[in-house]
Ligand binder design. Structure first.
Ligand code: PGA
Length: 254
């Protein structure tokens, strides 16, 4: 595990985008596992900037998104499909047929989950999975307490996550209660994992994820067992780790 420290959100975004950029340059038809949320927005802005400058080409890139709210259609402006179009896909030359996101409108849960797992397998797996981290330690919508061995599944969102998402909806009643999410198993099978974190609200989750016991109580803690993880975090997100003295002697962990 390698920890890249950044001063602030902007620097974190650039450093994380650099890692994705390296992946795209080294493997132009890479399968990128992409994420939504406020954390990756700056990363996507940076990638778009480099694309506009002619430094990046997405024409062969395949993308597999982590998750989607159940019950929201792709044209709903709160769906993750909409988010990805607005914040990345519509602004680079990725081909629409190479974009994969769980179908939030599929009522048949086992069907949708097995369809999505088959897609990931048929693409040959994920080369680089981008992740944010929830302030409860979730990755994707893999909430505390869920089994590590799950693949794509339908998640009942925790109250914590519902509250955190409420800012994007007109009323609490509009906040979806369920989501399709790739599972920890899908994430751990990615050949590389890039976790980005910014802000003090993430400090405790990041500390527990990187230095706490490996436990479903902190889903991101499983990343300690992956052999190719890049953490890019700003000072605020690293504040507790630094306070505990964990980063003094080393930036790179075995
Ligand atoms: P955020 O969410 O990027 O909006 O903070 C991250 C997450 O919940 O995984």
């Amino acid at each position: 595990m390698r920890i890249y420290q950044a001063k602030n959100y902007q620097e974190m975004s650039r450093k994380a985008a650099n890692i994705i950029s390296a992946q795209i340059i080294m493997k132009p038809d890479a399968v990128l596992g992409l994420a939504t949320g406020s954390t990756p927005l700056g990363v996507y802005r940076q990638l778009i900037d480099w694309y506009n400058k002619g430094d990046l080409d997405f024409s062969e890139i395949r993308s597999v998104n982590l998750d989607e709210y159940k019950g929201l259609a792709a044209d709903n402006d709160q769906s993750y499909a909409y988010f990805m179009q607005a914040n990345l896909f519509s602004q680079v030359n990725i081909r629409p047929e190479n974009i994969y996101i769980p179908n939030g409108m599929e009522e048949d849960i086992p069907l949708e989950c097995s369809r999505y797992n088959s897609i990931i397998r048929s693409l040959g797996g994920i080369d680089l999975q981008l992740l944010g981290i929830g302030n409860n330690g979730h990755i994707g919508f893999n909430e505390p307490g869920e089994a590590f061995e799950l693949e794509t599944h339908c998640v009942k969102l925790t109250e914590n996550t519902i509250q955190a998402n409420a800012r994007f909806f007109d009323s609490m009643d509009d906040v979806p209660r369920y989501a399709y999410s790739t599972g920890i198993k899908n994430i751990m099978q990615a050949r590389g994992i890039l976790l980005a974190a910014s802000g003090e609200a993430k400090a405790e989750a990041l500390y527990k994820a990187l230095y706490g016991p490996i436990s479903p109580a902190v889903p991101a803690s499983i990343l300690q067992l992956h052999n190719n993880v890049y953490i890019v975090a700003d000072e605020a997100a690293l504040s507790l780790i630094r306070e505990k003295g964990c980063l003094d002697a080393e930036e790179e962990r075995p």
